[in-house]
Design a protein around this ligand. Structure first.
Ligand code: ACO
Length: 413
């Protein structure tokens, strides 16, 4: 059998798209609109396929992305997506080979890290990824939420209106840019993302439903929040039993966040609001009269990060206190490992290779878990995944790296 891994040419896109669908258990079809969109969006240098006698049997793509780190700075990342190997060709090392190619290229390009949303937990740790953000999804029982629809207008004095898909494409990118600098773990969205999110383009397996878009304006008229959602239209014995499914809700102020959730929970006929993937420490339950009206339906790892340039990453984020730490970072793939001296404080940080003795030893995946402030070094040490060589180094790491609010990535990619 002749198995070749290569980048995907324009003529190969259709077979590649069908392989992606098959790998993700979708019907093995595509559409002309799908192919035209992929053609306008894909980077031939960064779209990989494995070919067996000319048939595409594995897929992989990456694209440029910015990740917001603690403090609000964006770092360039290599976003990995559309990873599939056909069931006929699994466990022969095809993913491993495609991943190695892509990470090497990303390192050479100067990306600080690679990112992905893992379909299954056990797949990506071996490649140096670690779960850097987590997510929770709630179902809100609106009857129990304690909100009075007579007073559903924003308490802030702002207002909520519906927006058309065209309007969302107009103000959405600016709103999102203002939002993402506030949220470590958030990632950039390109123009193509907005076309799909507003139904202007539909890939072969995208859901057919149009979304409703509710926009929040502050009392001064500034756009500060957007909720995009669909309804599940259900009646039971002449009684409404509908749900609103929130696909995304972003806000740049707590007022906007509160107003949009209260609006969604006050719509007549809506019994349940499904929140979609939120930050695990989302404020949402506390906007309700009875926080128990919000029941967690799902809690899981979400954005996985693979450091490629440790000094760049550690210098890009901010630190609440001053401290130094010598980190021994182990990386089996030899892309990002080494011993580094982090000298950090509220005024900035330097991170340089050092010959000083290591104070904390950890794998590159563990560094990914700590980097955006989510995991605690003390907890990873208790699990035997971080080793403290200098007493007090764990406490220093947590004082420097851990954050009061948890990072959050709202987007699937
Ligand atoms: C970012 C995204 O796109 S996430 C979507 C990922 N895709 C899917 O989940 C679709 C369904 N699954 C698949 O297509 C394939 O099983 C893939 C892509 C996950 C793995 O592809 P393969 O070519 O089989 O992986 P490969 O042979 O390189 O495996 C490397 C190692 O990972 C292990 N591995 C691979 N997939 C899995 C898995 N799903 N669960 C546990 N271990 C796994 C292999 O056993 C192997 O381990 P070893 O090195 O100890 O022998």
């Amino acid at each position: 059998m002749s198995l070749e891994i290569r980048t995907v040419g324009d003529d190969d896109l259709r077979g590649w798209a069908v392989a992606v669908a098959t790998g993700f258990l979708k019907p093995p079809v595509t559409s002309d609109e799908d192919i035209a969109f992929r053609r306008s969006d894909y980077d031939p240098e960064r779209t990989w396929g494995a070919y067996d006698d000319g048939r595409c049997v594995a897929t992989f793509r990456s694209f440029p992305q910015e990740l917001t780190v603690v403090g609000g700075a964006p770092v360039p990342t290599d976003a990995v997506s559309a990873v599939t190997v056909l069931p006929t060709h699994r466990r022969r090392g095809l993913l491993s080979r495609m991943m190695a190619n892509d990470l090497r290229a990303a390192k050479e390009r100067g990306d600080a890290a690679a990112t992905l949303i893992a379909a299954e937990y056990p797949i990506y740790g071996r490649f140096g990824f670690g779960p850097a953000t987590w997510t929770s999804a709630w179902r809100i029982d609106t009857a129990r939420a304690g909100l009075d629809p007579r007073h559903a207008a924003p308490e802030s004095g702002g207002r909520i209106d519906f927006a058309s898909p065209e309007e969302v494409r107009g103000f959405g990118p600016g709103l999102h840019d203002r939002f993402r600098v506030q949220v470590p773990g958030a990632v950039s969205r390109n123009d193509k993302w907005w076309l799909r999110a507003t139904g202007a383009v539909r890939l072969a397996h995208d859901p057919p439903t149009e979304r409703h878009h509710a926009v929040y304006r502050s009392p001064s008229g500034a756009i500060e929040g957007l909720a995009s959602y669909t309804y599940e239209d259900r009646w039971e014995a002449k009684r409404p039993d509908n749900s609103a499914h929130v696909e995304r809700l972003i806000a740049t102020s707590p007022d906007a966040e509160r107003a949009l959730w209260q609006f969604l929970c006050s719509i007549d006929w809506v019994q349940y609001v499904h929140t979609g993937q939120r930050a695990p420490d989302d404020l949402l339950p506390h906007f309700l009269g009875d926080p128990r009206a919000a029941a967690i339906q799902e809690h899981s790892d979400y954005l996985w990060l693979r450091p490629l340039d440790v000094p760049r990453l550690l210098e890009a984020r901010t630190y609440p206190v001053a401290g130094t730490l010598v980190l021994e970072v182990e990386d089996r793939a030899r892309l990002a490992g080494g011993r580094f001296l982090l000298d950090a404080g509220p005024e900035g940080a330097t991170c340089t290779p050092t010959t000083r003795s290591a104070e904390l030893s950890l794998g590159v995946g563990e560094l990914a878990e700590l980097y955006l402030g989510d995991a605690a070094a003390a907890r990873l040490a208790a699990l035997g995944r971080v080793h403290e060589a200098r007493p007090g180094a764990l406490a220093t790491a947590d004082a420097l790296l851990h954050t009061a609010r948890r990072p959050w990535c709202p987007d699937m990619f």
